[in-house]
Design a protein around this ligand. Structure first.
Ligand SMILES: *Cc1c(COP(=O)(O)O)cnc(C)c1O
Length: 390
């Protein structure tokens, strides 16, 4: 099976053999009852993961399609939304809103920092916002949004809460049934993609609509898309052997397998493992004199935005890693050249992460910088173990 390389970018993430095997199963008819059963089971586990009594939609597409699908079904052209942006992917909602003719205002901050809930409160007090978008983990900065702060502020103002979980779902709790401080103060939409913490190759857009979001769709007569209109998919997701548009059959096999793996690990256990990995990776890289862009309290469990110590040639460094089979991602925008982004989510093993820590240390050594790789790996293991015990 593949996976000779360590693909530690913030998605796609390493795909385990079990999932490749599922992907390679014989393609059935999209109306075959056996296929429908697999799809229904995958949808059920997804609903459990998001703890929603609403509806989940899984269609061919990427995370960006999921963003657009979330917005187009609950906000009409001319209505207004607020975008809370912690980086590149937060900003992407501005582009989506513009394309849909939705009025948009945005609150953003310097990369690596948090938009304060007070500012959100102030902005929403101006009134007229139908929905607010929040990126759970912004993949450009490694900043994780604080849902316990943001959900109550948004719901207090009566706006729908849309959560972009593309770099978080299946690694960090996204509980749509949870009430954050008062009745009805909960997340209305979670959207995600298959290729990040879920651990399937790219190709699926997944969107969960809670009851208030479904009601918002009912209030709109029609939406400006045929393929993305949830009204065209609702009955299909209930009875996946029916036809609206052909399902990505093999991707659904793979997704089903991934959801089984996630359920087997246990949602809570998986969230705890990711939190521990995040802490351990950051602690290990700090021993190399590297810095993490986001401060510890808001640093994501799923990826780290790492800044080099003085004197590292970015291109040379990442090339050297790649030659040893470790693929990391370049920084985006204002951070380009100043470090790299390391994905540590999904079905990645600690063994792979320890090997990655060694290779990163060797990359520094090649550029004449000190790096004690044994110590860094030791720190990883120790912090991981401590954090799992809590
Ligand atoms: C990757 C990512 C996206 C975009 O997903 P694509 O599958 O590339 O379209 C959107 N939001 C976040 C937070 C992401 O990490």
């Amino acid at each position: 099976m593949p996976n000779k390389e360590m693909l530690l970018i913030p998605g796609p993430t390493p795909v385990v053999d079990e999932i490749y095997e599922a992907l390679a199963q014989e393609t059935m008819s999209h109306t075959d009852m056996r296929f429908a059963k697999i799809f229904s089971e995958a949808l059920e586990i997804t609903k459990k993961m998001f703890n929603t009594d609403g509806e989940v939609f899984i269609i061919a597409g990427s995370g960006t399609l999921a963003m657009e699908m979330a917005l187009i079904n609950i906000v009409a052209p001319g209505e207004k939304i607020l975008v809370i942006s912690h980086g590149y992917f937060g900003d992407r909602f501005i582009g989506v809103a513009n394309a849909l003719g939705v009025q948009v205002e945005a609150l953003s901050v310097e990369w690596g920092k948090h938009v304060s809930p007070e500012l959100v409160d102030q902005k929403l007090s101006e009134g007229g916002f139908k929905a607010v978008t929040v990126t759970h983990v912004d993949t450009s900065t490694g900043v994780m949004s604080n849902l316990s702060e943001l959900v109550p502020v948004v719901k207090k103002h009566g706006a729908l809460f849309i959560l972009d979980g593309v770099c978080a779902s299946a690694a960090i709790e996204e509980d749509m049934g949870k009430e954050y401080g008062a009745a009805g103060y909960s997340i209305d939409v979670v959207l995600t993609g298959s290729q990040k913490a879920i651990g399937v190759p790219p190709g699926l857009a997944i969107v969960a609509f809670g009851p208030r979001a479904l009601e918002a769709r009912r209030q709109m007569n029609k939406v400006g898309s045929y393929y993305m209109d949830i009204n065209n998919w609702s009955h299909i997701m209930r009875e996946p052997f029916k036809y609206f548009a052909t399902h990505p059959i093999n991707m659904i096999y793979a997704y089903h397998k991934a959801m089984k793996i996630i359920e087997r690990e246990g949602f809570e256990a998986r969230y705890r493992r990711h939190a521990a990995i995040g802490k351990a990776i950051r602690a290990a890289l700090l021993t190399y004199g590297m810095k993490i862009l986001a401060r510890e309290e808001i640093a994501a469990p799923t990826l780290s935005c790492v800044l080099y110590p003085e004197g590292v040639d970015d291109q040379k460094f990442r090339n050297s890693l790649a030659q040893k089979g470790l693929i990391v991602a370049a920084h985006l925008g204002p951070l380009a050249g100043k470090g790299f982004r390391l994905g540590h989510m999904g079905n990645v093993t600690n063994e792979t992460l320890c090997r990655a820590i060694e290779i990163i240390g060797e990359g520094l050594q090649e550029q004449g910088l000190p790096a004690d790789t044994d110590k860094a790996v030791q720190v990883f293991k120790q912090v991981f173990a401590e954090s799992m015990e809590k």
